[in-house]
Write a protein that binds this ligand. Structure first.
Ligand SMILES: Nc1ncnc2c1ncn2[C@@H]1O[C@H](COP(=O)(O)OP(=O)(O)O)[C@@H](O)[C@H]1O
Ligand SMILES: [Mg+2]
Length: 327
């Protein structure tokens, strides 16, 4: 498949000092050109922290304690100032969580597009204007909204505009953190359909962060499941659905099968909560052990590592690793 677009190696992100909260722990992840990766897990599992670390949007008290992020064969963690600004927007863009309002409330919609274009291109005004209209059309927002302020748009429209903004310079990677979570189901659906339609026209890679495994299974090529700051399983979407490996993934899938769970944002198949991620609270064994219905003795004291289970699957689970897997 050639050199991956993104290669995250042993990445650890800590909030506070070294005895603080280990929100992302020793994560390894690769993403190929044009690949759509879904990153799922319950709230508090470290998904946003991982996404922001990759995009270099981590701010104190959080810091990267360990690891590397290689993007387009550059060490992203070593870039600063102008070089980092160049990488953002032109090669990598971020769509923040819906409702977090990535748009500047004091600027008209078109102004926000012009701002990015005048910083990153030498396009004349006519070309910039044309690009705004083209992008708004792509996300099905009428032209007349270009001169409006964000508060004049609905939540769904604002999120469409945020997606359009991320695509101004046709980056190879767009990181989306729960881009539709705060929106109602119908609006969410139309935005996702739109996203898939845009991807048919132009290939780019996506890291799509969501707590909703059902939704991610529909749209992603590959799914990585996070638990307690770690990736515990990754597989192509259909394979993960047909043959989930980790007991945590199985529990999440059980909730997907029950529509009330999704609506209520709870996980009936899985009592309890993800663990506290303070260094001194993290036990020596599998972090999922206390909630796992399949555990055995060694799970309590020995930590499993993420290991290949097939050509495209990895899992971090002692029990699964003993079982032969059908090819
Ligand atoms: N500003 C912060 N200070 C301390 N801990 C934080 C902060 N933000 C997030 N965390 C902790 O980091 C962990 C991961 O959070 P987050 O990345 O937001 O997870 P997710 O996106 O999966 O819900 C959680 O345990 C959370 O409590
Ligand atoms: Mg989050």
């Amino acid at each position: 498949m050639g050199t991956p677009l993104l290669d995250v190696h042993n990445l650890t992100v800590v909030y506070g000092r070294t005895d603080g909260v280990y929100a992302v722990r020793d994560v390894n992840l690769t993403l190929h050109h044009g690949e759509f990766l879904g990153l799922v897990g319950e709230s508090g599992c470290g998904k946003s922290t991982l996404a922001y670390a990759i995009a270099r949007l981590i701010k104190p008290p959080a810091h990267i304690a360990q690891g590397t992020v290689t993007f387009r064969e550059h060490n992203l963690l070593g870039l600063h100032g102008e070089a980092l600004r160049h990488e953002r927007w032109e090669h990598l863009a971020v769509v923040l969580q819906s409702g977090m309002n990535a748009l500047n409330p004091l600027m008209t919609i078109e102004r926000q597009f012009f701002d990015v274009m005048s910083q990153h291109t030498r396009w004349p005004m006519s070309k910039q204007r044309e690009r705004v209209y083209e992008l708004l059309e792509m996300v099905h927002v009428e032209r007349r909204f270009a001169s409006c302020y964000p508060h004049q748009l609905s939540g769904g429209m604002k999120q469409r505009v945020a997606i359009a903004l991320s695509m101004i310079l046709e980056p190879e990677l767009i990181i989306m953190d729960e881009p539709t979570t705060a929106l109602d189901v119908v609006v969410q659906r139309t935005i996702l359909d739109n996203l898939m339609e845009i991807r048919k026209a132009r290939e780019f890679a996506v890291i799509f962060v969501s707590h909703d495994l059902g939704l991610v299974l529909e749209i992603a090529d590959r799914v990585a499941v996070m638990y307690a700051g770690e990736i515990v399983e990754a597989q192509p979407a259909e394979q993960l659905y047909a043959q989930p490996l980790h007991p945590y993934t199985r529990a999440l899938l059980k909730s997907v099968a029950d529509p009330d769970d999704i609506r209520e944002r709870r996980f009936s198949g899985l009592p309890g909560h993800p663990p506290d991620l303070h260094l001194d609270s993290i036990g020596p064994g599998c972090p999922f052990y206390p909630r796992c219905t399949e555990h055995e003795d060694r799970c309590r004291n020995e930590k499993p590592t993420l290991s290949p289970m097939g050509p495209e699957s990895v899992v971090s689970c002692w029990i699964r690793r003993k079982e032969p897997v059908d090819a």
